[in-house]
Write a protein that binds this ligand. Structure first.
Ligand SMILES: NC(=O)c1ccc[n+]([C@@H]2O[C@H](COP(=O)([O-])OP(=O)(O)OC[C@H]3O[C@@H](n4cnc5c(N)ncnc54)[C@H](O)[C@@H]3O)[C@@H](O)[C@H]2O)c1
Ligand SMILES: [Zn+2]
Length: 359
């Protein structure tokens, strides 16, 4: 069994990789543990949870609308009824939504309790489970409340992905592509990456790919856990991607929005003469466009909502918009703060054209 040690300024932790779900039995036997689970996971994998007293399970409906302080308060109320207090271990099982809610709850109740996380989506296994971020939505604002608190242990089992929808699976592929493109190496071998992603689409080599993606991410976290500099570059694809999530009312899942956001960032970069037409076309045709997977509607791209979301980006510093773009054919992402509304609109037109959505 593989494992990976992650260094954190809050507490170091370990990721365990499992070929099957037998490890759940051991977690059930631990003392003073309670479970918070995505309701879908509980229903799909009920036989693994048969030995847990129903009073020790809190079920969550994993929707963006529920990723709020209200759900956190319900978990506080659930925890308050238990005899164990600061010595409680909370085991949460689900995707990024379950992670964000339980990460916030465990970091604040009794000033921090032990937290074991079992990610069940491709995105949460390959990306979000490490990195310490906890985020909640507030009113219509996504992820504006939160902090930093990593789980104490993480158990990754790709077997969960057998029941994941194709759309959510492709959402994970988007983040895997992003990290592979951000990986610092002298020259990118795009054909190797294209082959790796083709394999993933056939559900091959998932565990190794998750491991490799985490290694890339953990190298950045080591330098900038609290996202004050280098970690910003993870936002390649995210500036426009978050705007698209908003504009599509979350019809486009996070990782697919990131894939489209990378195409958008590359358009900005092409327009500025930073990336060559050859690499731009190669990335679009062989990697990014085939990974969008879902059928998109032009109505998902509402100019005003997109522009407003970009204006509300936490990273924005001045009058213009902020975006992470490739600085060369080797990607080498950089943050630029001078995207004007005019350039934003021209690049949006080109994006719609690239996606075949131009009327
Ligand atoms: N904290 C971070 O660092 C971080 C990073 C990236 C994204 N996020 C957040 O993660 C959220 C998205 O998370 P996500 O994409 O992992 O998924 P999710 O938690 O939104 O779940 C997506 C859907 O899949 C279902 N599901 C989960 N696992 C399943 C399985 N194994 N089989 C069948 N169905 C399953 C869920 O019930 C839900 O309906 C967003 O809110 C995003 O903001 C957080
Ligand atoms: Zn992301």
């Amino acid at each position: 069994m593989k494992s990976l040690d992650i260094h954190s300024n809050i507490h170091d932790y370990k990721v365990f990789f499992h070929e099957n779900l037998d490890f759940i039995g051991k977690l059930v036997e631990q003392s003073n543990r309670i479970f918070v689970m995505d309701r879908n996971i509980y229903n799909l994998y009920a036989r693994y949870f048969e030995r847990i007293d129903l009073n020790d399970i809190f079920l969550l409906d994993a929707t963006e609308e529920n990723k709020t302080l209200k759900s956190v308060e319900q978990i506080y109320a659930f925890l308050a009824t238990k005899d164990s207090k600061r010595n409680t271990t909370l085991v949460s099982i689900g995707g990024g939504i379950t992670q964000d809610i339980t990460g916030f709850a465990t970091s604040t109740v009794y000033r921090g309790i032990r937290w074991i996380f079992i990610p069940t989506t491709f995105l949460s296994q390959a990306d979000s489970c490490i990195g310490s971020k906890t985020s909640l939505n507030f009113e219509n604002y996504k992820n504006i409340i939160g902090g930093f608190y990593p789980p104490h242990e993480i158990y990754v089992a790709p077997e969960f992905l057998n029941t994941l929808s194709e759309k959510d699976y492709y959402s994970g592929i988007g983040e895997v592509i992003k990290f592979a493109l951000l990986k610092e190496e002298p020259r990118k071998n795009y054909s190797e990456l294209i082959e790796k992603i083709d394999n993933l689409k056939q559900r091959k080599n998932i565990l190794n790919t998750i491991h490799e993606t985490m290694e890339i991410k953990s190298a950045y976290i080591k330098i900038d856990e609290f996202d004050t500099g280098k970690r910003n570059l993870f936002n390649y694809g995210h500036c426009f991607g978050h705007a698209l999530e908003n504009s599509s009312h979350y019809e486009v899942p996070h990782g697919i929005a990131v894939t489209i956001g990378m195409i958008y960032a590359n358009i900005v970069s092409l327009g500025r003469g930073l990336v060559s037409r050859h690499i731009f076309d190669l990335l679009n045709n062989d990697l990014l466009l085939p990974s969008v997977f879902m059928k998109l509607e032009a109505t998902c791209f509402d100019f005003d909502i997109l522009l407003n979301s970009m204006k509300n980006d936490k990273k924005r510093v001045g009058a213009n918009l902020t975006i992470i773009i490739p600085s060369s054919d080797n990607i080498e992402a950089i943050k630029v703060d001078d995207l004007s509304e005019g350039e934003f609109g021209r690049c949006l037109d080109l994006l719609l054209d690239t996606l075949g959505l131009k009327s």
